[in-house]
Design a protein around this ligand. Structure first.
Ligand SMILES: [Zn+2]
Ligand SMILES: [Zn+2]
Length: 183
């Protein structure tokens, strides 16, 4: 999504407020596909600081993630709020990478002409907001490590064999538990 900044570029100190609606492509994250089925929406304020523009944005949306325990797909609500500085790129073939502004601690992005494209910076901040270990619910039971059944749907029954320990293993366990007679 692009914000038209022609009006605020005319004078230092000018600012504008605008609605945001940012559509993001699916991405690969931690080996699983993250889908964004609806656009992220919110508001942005953008100021002309003279040598740069300051964007303050707030967005809400949701991501479709695979639960790290049961592998089921679920919807995680996400909201982000961030500041970002945009510096006008003078030469057309210049660097496109972001830089860090040591002074303000904000990341600096580039724009050219009268429009600021916010899609990349929104995506970067959404990625930072994604959970490292996605969980469909705090108390997701996950999959049975033996039979692979989704334990959220009920017990699998394969765990019953736990109670009948192999008698040969029981003997071994007893031996290991005995104190060392040499000491
Ligand atoms: Zn789960
Ligand atoms: Zn099982």
């Amino acid at each position: 999504m692009r914000i038209d900044v022609a009006d605020i570029k005319q004078e230092i100190g000018l600012q504008k407020r605008t609605d945001l609606s940012v559509t993001l492509e699916s991405i690969e994250f931690g080996g699983a596909e993250v889908r964004f089925d609806r656009p992220f929406t919110g508001t942005a304020e953008i100021w002309n600081l003279g040598d740069r523009l300051l964007l303050k944005a707030e967005l809400q949306g949701e991501a479709s993630l695979a639960c790290s325990r049961c592998l089921r797909r679920y919807t995680e609500p996400l909201s982000v709020a961030f500041d970002e500085e945009f510096v006008e790129r003078q030469d057309a073939g210049g660097e496109t990478a972001e830089e860090d502004n040591a002074e303000s601690g904000r990341t600096v992005s580039f724009y050219s002409g009268d429009e600021v494209d916010v899609t990349d910076v929104v995506r970067d901040h959404i990625l930072l907001a994604l959970p490292m270990k996605p969980l469909c619910s705090e108390d997701c039971e996950g999959l049975c490590p033996r039979c692979g059944k989704d334990l959220n749907e009920g017990p699998c029954g394969c765990g019953e064999s736990d109670e009948s320990v192999d008698p040969r293993l029981a003997v071994l366990k007893d031996l290991l538990r005995k104190p060392d007679s040499h000491s």
